[in-house]
Design a protein around this ligand. Structure first.
Ligand code: KG4
Ligand code: ZN
Length: 345
């Protein structure tokens, strides 16, 4: 079966063609990143994001089909991100996918973006055993999910303020380093001494298991101010390296604590921040020592992409054969409200 996946929830327009069934492979993926457009603002401007999706989505679709070496008539199934994300961006993908579905008489599978991030490591590693615990850590989300099987799961922790990637983006913006901050901090890490400054890991006053990151940023900015840190100085690199090290250790500690409460056969760490070199090596090291089966997506499938949407689209189509995949009243949702997300599972 050939599936065309479409992703437009944030600042990347992505279209992928995947083959599933006897053969399982990503045949093509075209991604138009909008980083250069949002970079001057130090963050995503929703109107620019939506307009750019509109400008490139049909061209990317043609290019993805050409790369896969097929025409649209060979596609059997469409899969689309319907949320959560920026509503303007999501609606461009929705209108485009509905038009394509109608014109080609194709079934259209609605996919939840976070569920697709959890699916990402399955693209290259088929043997991931359930139950699993998944840490989804990106620019929009930092949550832990426990899944007894695919499409059934519970969120066991979430961030109460910013997401981990968002904090890195804000820190980079503060120091005028550019956007997005995650890859920039990743590259600067080797220049500093991560043991030089200490950061206190946040604890919820109500004893809950949720994450909180905003205190991290305040602590970093306080330190930078009191030391009068100049960008490019020794103090600057040491401070950023210590900050990143502590943030990664916080994610690691919380994940290990969740594994004690929710014993799982596999651990998945996915989302844009799972591309971070330090995070990948710290989790790999710790899981190796403790005998935990860790699955990280290939770097290209950590950040937003359409292959993960198409991959999960196929799984959902098989798992729920009785859903109406020709529903032109299908809608997008910006927030991961429980009720809305359940409708799409
Ligand atoms: O998954 P994603 O592409 O979009 C969302 O669903 O949010 O994640 C984007 C986030 C950004 O905050 C970016 O700074 C972060 O992922 N990111 C990284 C790295 N690459 C991207 N964070 C740390 N290290 C990286 N190498
Ligand atoms: Zn994402």
């Amino acid at each position: 079966m050939l599936i065309l996946g479409i992703e437009s929830s944030c600042d990347e327009t992505a279209v992928a063609v995947v083959e599933r069934g006897e053969k399982n492979a990503v045949l093509a993926e075209k991604i138009k990143s909008q980083i250069s457009l949002h970079s001057p603002y130090g963050g995503i401007v929703p109107e620019i994001a939506a307009r750019t999706h509109y400008e490139v989505i049909d061209l990317l679709t043609r290019q993805a089909l050409t790369q896969a070496g097929i025409g649209i008539e060979r596609i059997n199934l469409l899969a689309l991100t319907v949320g959560p994300g920026l509503i303007g961006s999501l609606l461009i993908g929705l209108a485009f996918a509905k038009g394509l579905a109608l014109a080609q008489r194709l079934p259209l599978v609605a996919i939840d973006h976070i569920a697709a991030h959890i699916e990402a490591p399955f693209i290259t590693q088929a043997q991931i055993a359930y139950p699993l615990l998944a840490l989804v850590v990106s620019g929009g989300h930092t949550s832990l999910f426990y899944q007894k099987e695919k499409f059934s799961g519970q969120m066991v922790a979430k961030t109460r303020d910013d997401a981990a990637g968002e904090i890195m983006d804000k820190v980079a913006k503060h120091f005028d380093l550019g956007y997005p901050g995650g890859p920039l901090l990743d590259a600067l890490y080797a220049k500093g001494d991560p043991g030089r400054f200490a950061f206190t890991m946040p604890r919820m006053s109500d004893g809950g298991d949720d994450f909180s990151f905003s205190g991290y940023k305040s602590a970093l900015l306080r330190q930078a101010k009191s030391l009068k840190v100049e960008p490019g100085s020794r103090d600057f690199f040491d401070l950023l390296a210590s900050f990143l090290r502590s943030l990664v250790d916080y994610l690691l500690n919380k994940t290990m604590a969740a594994l004690e409460k929710f014993p799982a056969r596999s651990l998945i760490v996915s989302g844009g921040v799972s591309r971070n070199s330090l995070l990948r090596s710290r989790f790999t090291q710790e899981c190796g020592a403790l005998g935990i089966n860790l699955f990280l997506p290939e770097p290209a499938y950590c950040t937003d992409n359409a292959a993960m949407i198409a991959w999960l689209g196929y799984e959902k189509y098989l798992a729920y054969p009785n859903l109406n995949y020709y529903d032109l009243y299908l809608n997008s949702y910006s927030r991961a409200s429980f009720r809305e997300r359940r409708r799409h599972r």
